[in-house]
Design a binder for this molecule. Structure first.
Ligand code: GUN
Ligand code: FE
Length: 468
């Protein structure tokens, strides 16, 4: 079992056994067991379970269990556009690619095809929790919630709110703030009907971003948050054109973050996607309000938005998680997002100017410091994401009392003659020769792994994906 102990450290539990009860809760962790029969004996004695009642999954040599990934920002309807963005940047991308696709998913059979595939595909990549944007369409949004529940993915599902006529096209917007709020409540009620305790699936209040929303809609959603305690998600400071628009549309606020704060949306349950260009003062405001940031490195590169500074956000005391932001980003995989977070942090490092003279050494140290390690990006992908969505006591690691949201990862073992068999192909690109340390194996997985390495996925103890 491999999981993040802290932001900087992975913990490796060798020869361990984890017992999960019928509710999907981890009830015991045994260390240093010689084999499965000893593990069973110890667990059964402790828990009073009998052989007939339990299923056993054993990680074979070279395999390991890892916590399921948390995608803190993903657009389910945009799955149909993954990889399609040309040379666009945010505002023209929305107009050209995104709004037409999203509007077309009011066709329910079409929505079912796209959403089913999106949920299955993200599960196959080890995403056990996803924070989704859906569309304006209530029936299709409710269908996404139904699919998450039936396919077994832990999810936050947001009906996208957009009622301002400035940039929302006529064919894809709410008539006014009342409609936004009414439609949002319909989705909240629907989800309450299918999952009364919001145990697996929860609604999330989703003002698309400030330029899409009237002041009334934002204030109304904030009021709904105060009434219900539901989480909130939106976008912030992704793109310079977007920021200009916000300055023009909301002259009453000092900054983009201040717009959300003014209308009550900066809360400890708010997840802000991107935050590429936020100022020092905005980061301090976000930290003071306890709001979280979803770092979306793949998207920020694809749409040429810019490199977000995770180390700096952490310095400010902000909780950060990872988002694929598909299809701003081309990939539905959080492993890919983690890898790109590591790469983008190196671009941030390369952008630090090293002056001649006395300040050179300090700048060189800073260049080193801003780079994210393998351990840090895998923390972002699991526990970091869990903190962003308020589930840090439930998911993100292997601890007694947490729920079994996990993936079984398998790296292909190179045979003595180094041959490439058909079986190896099915195991992906990661070749383990056998002499690598576990730290090195995890680094290989991060940089070369993909869904072929994810053999099984569980959410709350339920097997939700299996790869042959
Ligand atoms: N800002 C407003 N809408 C969107 C969206 O769908 N994707 C991204 N990346 N940014 C947005
Ligand atoms: Fe987004």
């Amino acid at each position: 079992f491999v999981h993040s102990r802290t932001q900087q450290h992975l913990e490796f539990l060798h020869n361990a056994a984890v017992a999960v009860d019928e509710q999907g809760k981890i009830v015991s962790i045994e260390r240093d067991v010689a084999d499965v029969s000893e593990a069973k004996e110890r667990l059964f004695k402790q828990l009073g379970w009998s052989e007939a009642e339990v299923d056993v999954t054993e990680a074979a040599e070279g395999q390991f269990f890892f916590p399921g990934f948390v995608d803190t920002h993903i657009h389910a309807p945009q799955y149909a556009n993954a990889g399609i963005f040309g040379k666009s940047s945010l505002l023209d991308w929305l107009e050209t690619y995104t709004f037409p696709l999203e509007a077309s998913l009011s066709d329910l059979p079409k929505a079912r095809r796209v959403y089913s595939r999106c949920v299955r595909r993200t599960l196959s990549h080890g995403t056990t929790t996803a924070t989704y944007y859906a569309t304006l369409d209530v029936a299709a949004t409710n269908l996404l919630a139904d699919l998450c529940l039936s396919l077994g993915q832990r999810a936050f599902v947001g009906r996208a709110c957009m009622d301002d006529p400035e940039i929302n096209p006529e064919y894809y917007r709410d008539a006014d703030a009342d409609e936004t709020l009414r439609a949002t409540r319909q989705t909240v009620d629907h989800v309450r009907g299918i999952d009364p305790g919001f145990d697996l699936v929860s609604p999330i209040l989703t003002p698309r971003f400030a330029p899409s929303c009237t002041r009334e809609a934002m204030a109304g959603l904030a009021q709904l948050h105060r009434e219900t305690g539901l989480p909130i998600q939106t976008h912030i400071s992704e793109n310079l054109g977007e920021m200009q628009l916000v300055r023009r549309m909301f002259p009453e606020a000092d900054s983009y973050a201040a717009v959300y704060d003014k209308y009550g949306l900066l809360t400890p349950k708010t997840v802000l996607a991107h935050a590429v260009h936020i100022s020092d003062a905005e980061a301090s405001l976000i930290a003071a309000k306890g709001s979280k940031i979803s770092h979306c490195p793949c998207s920020n590169t694809c749409l040429t938005s810019g490199p977000a500074r995770v180390r700096w956000m952490w310095d400010k005391g902000i909780d950060v998680g990872l988002g694929t932001d598909m299809s701003g980003g081309y990939s539905p995989s959080i492993l890919e997002a983690a890898r790109q977070a590591a790469l983008v942090s190196r671009h941030v490092a390369m952008g630090i100017h090293v002056p001649q003279g006395d300040d050179a050494a300090a700048a060189e140290r800073e260049k080193e410091r801003v780079k994210l390690t393998v351990e840090e990006v895998l923390y972002l992908a699991t526990r970091g994401g869990a903190r962003c969505v308020g589930l840090q006591d439930k998911i993100g690691g292997f601890e007694i009392g947490m729920e079994w949201d996990a993936q079984l990862v398998s790296l292909s073992q190179v045979s003595d003659d180094g041959g490439l068999e058909e079986q190896d192909d099915n195991d992906g690109f990661v070749d383990v020769f056998g002499w690598e340390s576990w730290d090195d194996r995890i680094a290989k997985w991060l940089y070369n792994g993909d869904d072929r390495n994810t053999k099984r996925v569980w959410v709350k103890g339920r097997l939700v994906h299996r790869r042959n």
